[in-house]
Structure formats: structure tokens, C-alpha cells
Design a protein around this ligand. Structure first.
Ligand SMILES: C[S@@+](CC[C@H](N)C(=O)[O-])C[C@H]1O[C@@H](n2cnc3c(N)ncnc32)[C@H](O)[C@@H]1O
Length: 354
């Protein structure tokens, strides 16, 4: 908090995306930079931590995609924001059962947090895996980009449109200099131009602009077009919502105030999947329809896999596995809240899971 207060004493105000960036990723103060936020004792839980069936099914999907690409001798898997490394660990375990794929494979992990990188290094001890600092470093392919809850953790801007005038959301100090508050300031022309280009401005109200996510999508698309491959991403998100504020903060598995105790809670926003679809299309990729985690996992056979596994399990193990499976796919839990999008280089068709 002190860090942000000091910045605000000097700068008076910072745009929302900068506030999120400091709160989550400042080297000393940022939420992701100083703790392991995952799991029951942390603040939230993600699909790979709910059940290793998630990683297992994604691994099978990757192998099928590689086969469709003609079993290239080298295949690069890039995981964006690997968290505590659970997904990568589960993927590797399954990949080992597909020898030709495994022999062709290298994995690169893109992780901003040194704290999490250390946790990942302990969990994943494999010569197949290395860590990269910047996405630009990727220089061969084909590449399979995998992302689970990566894009929703990236800073967004918010604007407000009223009577044809655009305002940008900033964070300022309250008059007693003890609390943080939001303040709308007239938006720059360049920012207005960007959101107009994205066609985000149709009616009055809040406009969310996922500025960092769109930068990533641009680079990812370039790499896929150059080296072949695709991007498979899972995230909290929506298909229809317009002009709504989806910014939220989570602490100890409960919603909290975004401006309260920055650096101590996770801040996310929902993904506008229609916008993602449009941008990936515009970047010349072949984009499949947006589906839900429930549909995707069921189409690639998660129920059949669970039934096979259950045959060798004790009653207690079975109950545990199906309880976790339900969390992953139940429409009232992660099944519908999470959407899946897949974009690939144009050419051979591959639509497993969609
Ligand atoms: C919500 S967590 C998801 C973790 C993991 N994928 C999972 O499903 O458990 C977001 C992850 O993205 C990382 N991250 C956020 N911004 C990043 C960036 N610009 N570059 C690399 N990693 C980033 C975070 O440090 C964290 O590991």
C-alpha cells in the first residue's frame, strides 16, 4: 500500500492498468511476486489444482494436435503463466506415455514472478523444460501455446462514455490521504482511437480495454503464423456482456474491494471472448467457436477417462475423483464460467474439443 501511496503523492493519479500492474507484479510489493496464492490455504484454486484429469486431457489434446500437424520432429509447447507448475507437471506425466511426441517435445514456461518460478522449478524437474523471460524469445516451432487463467490476470484499462465523451478510470488518494479512490479523467485521444478501432464504444457506460492481453495476442498470432501451431486458452469470461465492469478482487476465496490492501489480493477481470475471437481472426488465424470448459473436456473424453480410472480405485478414491471432476465440469461451477478458445494457423483442420 505504501508504495502506491508514495507514487500517488508524487503523480496524483495513475490509470487503472498501472495500478493493477503495481498491485500484482511490482517486484517487491506485487501480489504474485511474494506469495503462492493457489490452493485451499491460499486465495483461490484453478483447474489444474482441482484435478490432474485436467492436465491429462490437455496433454492428449496436444498430442492429437501434433499428429494433425504431421508429427513435426520438433514441437514447442509454451505455457503462459504456469502458476505453481501443476499443469506442466501433469502434462509431462502424460506426455511420457506418447514416446514419439515426447522425444520431439520442448517446453518453455513464461512466468513473470520469480517467487512462482522457484516453486515451478521445484515441482518440475525435467530437462524438457526451460524458462523464458520474454515471449519474443521464441524462435522456432511449431508452437502450442497453452494458457489457463493467464489473460484474466493481466492489467486492463477502463473507460466510461457519457454523452459522447470518454473518461479513463484512474486511482487517486482520498482527501485525508489514507485511502484509495477511483476518479474518471478525460481520456487521451490515442486511447479513444484504440477503443474505436476495436469497436468497443457503441453505447454509454463502462468500457473494458484488455490492453495487455491484446498485446500478447498480437505477438502470439505472429509466432503462430510464422512457425505454425496454435493457442488454446481457458479463462473466466463472457460472450455477450457489454459495457460492464468485470473487475474483481479475491482474497481467501472471497470477493474483496479492489482498492483495499493492494498487493494482498488477486485482481482479475473477465475475458471478452468475442473480442478475443475477433482479434485472433483479424490476425489471420483460424479461430474455432468459443466453447465452455464443460463441453471441451467432455468432448475430449474426460468422463470416459474417469470411468476407466475408477475401475481400479477404492470407493474413497473414486468419490474424491468424481467430486473433483464435478467441480471442473459442472455448469454451476467451473464448467460454464470458464470458456475455451482455440486459434491456429490456417490450413489443415483440427477442431477436437470444439
Ligand atoms: C491466475 S495465475 C494462473 C496460474 C496457472 N495457469 C493455473 O491455472 O494454476 C496467473 C499466472 O500468470 C502469471 N503472469 C501474469 N502476468 C504475466 C506476464 N506478463 N508474463 C508472464 N507471466 C505472467 C502469474 O505470475 C501467474 O503464474
Amino acid at each position: 500500500m505504501n508504495k502506491i501511496i508514495n507514487i500517488l503523492k508524487e503523480k496524483k493519479s495513475i490509470p487503472l492498468d498501472q495500478f493493477i500492474n503495481i498491485s500484482l507484479y511490482d517486484k517487491k510489493f506485487g501480489y504474485y511476486m511474494k506469495k503462492n496464492p493457489f490452493g485451499r490455504d491460499g486465495d483461490f484454486i484453478t483447474s489444474p489444482l482441482v484435478s490432474n484429469l485436467f492436465g491429462e486431457m490437455l496433454a492428449v489434446w496436444c498430442v492429437a494436435f501434433w499428429e494433425k500437424m504431421g508429427k513435426p520432429k520438433k514441437i514447442l509447447l509454451v505455457e503462459l503463466g504456469p502458476g505453481d507448475g501443476t499443469l506442466c507437471k501433469d502434462l509431462l506425466q502424460t506426455f511420457k506415455q506418447f514416446k514419439n511426441f515426447y522425444d520431439s517435445l520442448e517446453i518453455q514456461l513464461l512466468e513473470i514472478s520469480s517467487k512462482l518460478k522457484n516453486i515451478q522449478k521445484i515441482k518440475i524437474s525435467s530437462k524438457k523444460v526451460r524458462w523464458i523471460k520474454k515471449i519474443d524469445q521464441i524462435n522456432y516451432g511449431p508452437i502450442i501455446f497453452l494458457a489457463n487463467e493467464f489473460f484474466d490476470a493481466l492489467p486492463v484499462k477502463q473507460l466510461y462514455k457519457k454523452k459522447k465523451i470518454f473518461f479513463e478510470k484512474h486511482v487517486v488518494l482520498s482527501s485525508d490521504k489514507k485511502k484509495l479512490e477511483f476518479l474518471y479523467k478525460k481520456a487521451d485521444n490515442s486511447l479513444i482511437k484504440s477503443i474505436r478501432n476495436l469497436n468497443l464504444t457503441s453505447s454509454n457506460g463502462i468500457i473494458e480495454y484488455p490492453i495487455e492481453a491484446l498485446k500478447f495476442l498480437k505477438i502470439i498470432s505472429k509466432k503462430i503464423n510464422k512457425f505454425d501451431g496454435g493457442l488454446l486458452t481457458f479463462d473466466y469470461g463472457y460472450k455477450m456482456k457489454k459495457n460492464q465492469n468485470t473487475l474483481q478482487s479475491i482474497r481467501k476465496h472471497k470477493f474483496s474491494n479492489v482498492l483495499f490492501k493492494p498487493g494482498h489480493s488477486d485482481i482479475t477481470s473477465l475475458i471478452n471472448f468475442v473480442l478475443f475471437h475477433k482479434i485472433l481472426n483479424k490476425n489471420n488465424l483460424d479461430v474455432k467457436k468459443i466453447t465452455t470448459q464443460n463441453e471441451f473436456l467432455k468432448k475430449i473424453g474426460i468422463l470416459e477417462r474417469a470411468n476407466i480410472l475408477s475401475k481400479k480405485m477404492t470407493f474413497k478414491e473414486k468419490a474424491n475423483m468424481f467430486y473433483r471432476l464435478k467441480r471442473l465440469i459442472d455448469p454451476k461451477e467451473m464448467g460454464n464460467l470458464f470458456k475455451v478458445i482455440f486459434a491456429k494457423k490456417k490450413g489443415k483442420d483440427f477442431s477436437l474439443g470444439f
